[in-house]
Design a protein around this ligand. Structure first.
Ligand code: NAD
Ligand code: UGA
Length: 358
């Protein structure tokens, strides 16, 4: 099968592309505006890589769609700080530009694998009803759970709304135009190559990178609004294993289906995540002279600016992936964190060594 991966240079894209190239079962074309995370695979000569901005040049995008059997769309702004600082850009890229891809898939009768998000579930029903979601756990089920967003003034939800609307349009395209699609809702994947460390690159990445940065550079660990909200983390290799099964689509079982990919057992509050990362760092990686970060509380307005509202709890129900695809993630939370941290620690130590050698 000929597969076109859009946004292949990102965290999920680079890990997925590498796995598909290694498997060698398909012909892969990878497209992105940034190839840094894919550099080794590009240099190996085993990958057809195209540097291209999907906002510039519909003709080329349509031509590429026509030439492939399956289009995997990973392109998005995917960091919450951007939903607050650049909401219009988030909407334009995550909805308008992504919709073009769906339109080309309809026109040329191609299967589309669309990356959505667990954020489409929004807040829990417990929170919406004034109850504590810590006391009322409610797993999110793909085709059952209502999607509940906060008020418009909290523009953080523009990301979730753009992704949700795209899902609804794909569903409608399926009904009216016969589009064959599968939708993936990732629940907090982490692993090697996620985002970047804020001491090495400007920006405001996702939480793992902030906490890792604190451990390596001694910046404070900031708990936004006390770090009381929950997330359930999935190791990227487990996630990629599930994505590959969805690509393979045995007996068409993924046609017009939405899949949660997540690990409900790996749930923690953000405060617990901070303490766990410190514990793992101290046990496996700490060297004399390494900084010890302090833990401080910051308000969400201070950290993100006005317009932020958090998702209180996201427990994935993964029965569909298990029953249709026989998938279950293998890595528990300690292992997810250990492997991800190791990648960043090794990279950091290699850089330190290089600096000493110069
Ligand atoms: P990422 O930011 O690492 O990857 C996105 C990629 O899209 C980047 O490499 C970026 O350069 C590329 N891109 C952006 N604009 C582009 C353009 N105009 N033309 C071409 N390429 C462009 O994010 P990720 O974590 O790999 O997420 C991939 C997808 O999965 C996104 O759609 C995201 O919303 C979704 N998702 C990810 C997670 C997660 O756990 N990582 C969770 C929920 C949803
Ligand atoms: C992210 C993004 O929206 C998407 O990439 C994706 O849809 C989803 O996760 C996912 O990965 O499944 P979120 O989990 O809110 O959303 O992103 P993080 O920045 O990792 O924040 C997690 C939690 O940590 C939030 O409660 C946030 O307020 C908190 N946080 C973040 C801190 O307490 N300290 C920090 O330094 C950073």
């Amino acid at each position: 099968m000929k597969i076109l991966l859009l946004g292949a240079g990102g965290f999920i894209g680079a890990n997925l592309t590498e796995r598909l190239v290694r498997d060698g079962r398909h012909e892969i074309t990878a497209l992105d505006i940034d190839r840094e995370k894919l550099d080794d695979t590009v240099k190996s000569g085993e990958l057809n890589y195209i540097e291209f901005d999907i906002r510039k040049g519909d003709e080329k995008l349509e031509e590429l769609t026509k030439e492939h059997d399956l289009i995997v769309d990973l392109v998005a702004r995917a960091n919450p700080s951007l939903y607050v600082s650049n909401p219009v850009d988030v909407f334009r890229l995550n909805f308008i530009e992504n919709l073009k891809i769906a339109d080309f898939c309809v026109k040329h009768k191609k299967r589309l694998l669309q990356f959505s998000t667990c954020e489409v579930y929004g807040i829990t029903a417990a929170k919406a009803n004034g109850l504590s979601s810590a006391e009322h756990p409610q797993p999110f089920i793909e085709d059952e759970t209502p999607l509940i967003m906060g008020p418009v003034k909290n523009h953080r939800w523009i990301y979730a709304c753009a992704k949700q609307l795209l899902e609804r349009v794909l569903h409608a395209y399926g009904i009216e135009y016969g589009l064959n699609y599968s939708i993936i809702r990732p629940f907090n994947f982490i692993g090697p190559r996620i985002d970047y460390l804020p001491s090495e690159q400007t920006g405001n990445p996702r939480v793992f990178s902030h906490f890792m940065n604190a451990l390596l550079y001694g910046t404070p660990i900031k708990l936004v609004d006390g770090g009381v909200n929950f997330r359930a983390y999935t190791y990227i290799d487990d996630a990629v294993d599930c994505i590959v099964r969805i690509i393979d689509n045995p007996n068409g079982c993924c046609d017009r289906q939405i899949f949660n990919i997540g690990t409900p057992e790996n749930e923690v509050t953000i405060k617990q995540l901070a303490h766990k990362m410190i514990e793992i760092f101290d046990k496996h990686f700490r060297k004399p002279g390494d900084p010890t970060p302090e833990i401080i509380n910051v308000s969400s307005e201070e950290f993100y600016g006005k317009g932020y509202e958090d998702c209180d709890r996201r427990i994935p129900n993964v029965d569909k992936a298990r029953t249709l695809l026989g998938w279950k993630s293998e890595h528990d939370l300690d292992s997810v964190l250990f492997h991800t941290m190791k990648y960043f620690v090794d990279k950091h130590r290699a850089k330190q060594k290089e600096a000493v050698a110069v």
